[in-house]
Design a protein around this ligand. Structure first.
Ligand code: NA7
Length: 563
């Protein structure tokens, strides 16, 4: 038997989505002599925008702000056709960035990592992929995404369905619904952001025979208001990019929207209504993020706004019973991520679109021919779409077998025997600045747990800049080892939890609070993202740097090293 060849690198990046592409671009520029490799499971770049090619997939962040700011030339020639770009256009943009900078030469596609071992003797990580190939690296950057590990519903009989079944995040490349779903009865499970886009697209496809929506929890959703951008308009936008980046820099989640500083209960009912109507008519997340400042911390304020939104739904759905089923009763508007829609509620006015309210009639099982609900009804289906979301935040990490420092697993239980304790017990991440973790030396995370999410390219660019500064510090000082101190991790994690207090979102089950009932061990809420503002997050990162990277332990010269 031949010995396994191990490839050696200075930095390995896992994932070639927006985070991986951005990391690679900057690493190459900053450290031109370093050996850098990106390992990517897919056969091309794109990440989220590669995998999520389900019908109707579209970004609900303004496309103009959903791009990299580092390539001025590309920025000044890229023509976004829609104010909110379709999946294919975002993917094309990422492909263009990759092509323009010849990034693919450093990306190894169709490579899924199976295990990762910290090797303390020479302070390196050893990765093994599913085919058995091995890669050794001094540093690695996780760019695996926080919504990249799809989860199927834990429903009995799921394996028995004989029709076609798809998870939205594993949508076949060449599937065309007008051709492939013609005259078919389509069922969709899930009404999150993905389900709402998929349901709308399938319902508006004239060749589809029927669409049956299986809704467990209704979601608040509001109009996206996408519009085409003309070339003339785009030329104007090209002149204004600096102002646009600056605005994103100033808002709490790097979107183009800022909350109204007034409090809901301090203004008159007329003033309240005026603002709500105004933002309802605006595009994008204005109606989520542009409302009164107390909407997501004050129960009464949230109830008032939710009532306003409920009436909008009632006004759009003809059958009052269906409308009531579509209005969330157990959580207030905006306390979960608000899906934006383009005619979603109106699809329920079509005679061939049926809503099955699973709170009234839960699914009993999936059968060979469809879905059986508790009222004894069998819903016959030819196609079943699982818009059931992701093993969010920690899911991509769970898919790899980690042997962290001293052999500890990354995820798992607190263990009973000595040495079994996981680094992140019960899926509760413990990080320093959301970028690093104890017992995981030389690892950095982009869009990792405890970072502010929001407008992804904006937060990615910042996280990458901090990671690069840390690597620069290591290089300048000949450090081969970096790990946050336990104290820094404890303090940061406490700060993250502290920031989340008082937020109504924390009282609701969703991927944002780490809950996924389909996954064992993910039924309790946790604080998985930094809900202090992005502005404050950047300030804290800068403060850490100014203090000589306070909170990190560095070490020189590996004991032995062959890289
Ligand atoms: P989400 O937002 O997690 O939505 C998943 C949906 O699937 C949600 O409606 C779930 O209902 C439903 N679901 C999950 N499991 C089941 C079972 N077993 N039975 C019935 N219904 C089920 O995922 P998305 O992909 O829509 O969006 C994720 C993010 O991606 C989105 O927020 C954007 O940021 C991009 P539940 O609410 O759990 O009752």
């Amino acid at each position: 038997m031949g010995s396994i060849q191990v490839e050696n690198y200075d930095v390995i990046i896992i994932g070639a989505g927006l985070s991986g592409v951005c990391s690679l671009y900057h690493l190459r520029k900053r450290f031109p002599t370093w050996r850098i490799r990106v390992l990517e499971a897919a056969d091309s770049v794109g990440g989220t925008w590669y995998w999520n090619r389900y019908p109707g997939a579209r970004v609900d962040t303004e496309a103009l702000s959903y791009a990299f700011s580092f390539d001025r030339e590309l920025q000044d020639e890229w023509y976004w056709k829609d104010s909110f770009a379709a999946q294919a256009d975002v993917l094309q943009y990422i492909e263009r960035v990759s092509e323009k900078h010849n990034l693919a030469k450093d990306i190894q596609f169709e490579t899924r990592i199976k295990s990762a071992h910290w090797q303390d003797s020479d302070r390196t990580w050893l990765f093994t992929d599913k085919k058995g190939a091995q890669y050794q690296t001094r540093f690695f950057i996780s760019c695996m995404g926080f919504l990249s590990s799809p989860s199927l519903p834990a429903i009995s009989g799921i394996e028995t369905f004989k029709g076609e079944a798809f998870h939205t995040s594993r949508w076949p490349k060449n599937l065309n619904i007008s051709r492939d779903f013609a005259n078919k009865r389509v069922g969709v499970i899930g009404t999150g952001a993905t389900g709402i886009q998929t349901i709308t697209a399938c319902s508006n496809e004239p060749s589809v025979q029927s669409v049956t929506v299986f809704q467990r929890t209704p979601n608040w959703s509001a109009p996206l208001r996408n519009e085409e951008i003309t070339l003339e308009q785009m030329k104007e936008h090209w002149k204004n990019y600096d102002a646009l980046w600056q605005l994103c820099h100033e808002t709490p989640s790097c979107f183009l929207h800022q909350a109204d500083p007034r409090k809901s209960l301090e203004v008159t009912p007329e003033e309240r209504l005026a603002l709500w109507e105004d933002i309802y008519a605006k595009p994008g997340f204005a109606k989520w993020l542009g409302t009164f400042s107390d909407t997501y911390t004050n129960r009464e304020a949230n109830k008032l706004y939710s009532d306003f939104m409920a009436n909008k739904i009632r006004g759009r759905v003809h059958d009052p019973k269906v409308a009531e089923s579509l209005i969330p009763k157990c959580h207030g508007f905006g306390t979960r991520r608000v899906p934006l829609e383009s005619g979603y509620f109106e699809v329920y006015n079509k005679p061939n679109v049926h809503l099955v309210d699973l709170q009234q009639t839960p699914i009993e099982k999936i059968t060979e021919k469809g879905i059986q609900t508790s009222d004894g009804k069998h819903h016959d289906l030819d196609v079943l779409i699982y818009a059931t979301g992701f093993d969010a935040i920690t899911g991509a990490f769970s898919a790899i077998e980690w042997h962290a420092k001293e052999g500890h697993p990354l995820l798992g239980s607190s263990g009973t025997k000595q040495g079994e304790k996981a680094v992140w017990v019960d899926h509760r991440p413990q990080t320093y600045l959301g970028l690093t973790a104890c017992s995981m030396p030389n690892m950095f995370m982009v869009l990792g747990p405890h970072q502010p999410f929001g407008n992804a390219p904006r937060t990615i660019e910042h996280a990458v800049s901090v990671v690069l500064d840390l690597l620069q510090y290591c290089k300048d000082n000949n450090y081969s080892y970096i790990e946050p101190t336990q104290q820094a991790v404890d303090e940061w994690t406490e700060h993250v939890v502290e920031c989340s207090k008082g937020s109504l979102s924390n009282e609701v089950d969703s991927w944002m609070t780490g809950v996924n009932k389909n996954i064992k061990g993910k039924t309790a809420r946790s604080v998985a993202r930094y809900s202090g503002s992005a502005v404050e997050y950047r300030r804290r990162c800068a403060e850490c740097k100014e203090a000589g990277w306070k909170g990190f332990t560095f070490a020189k010269t590996p004991r032995t090293s062959n890289i």
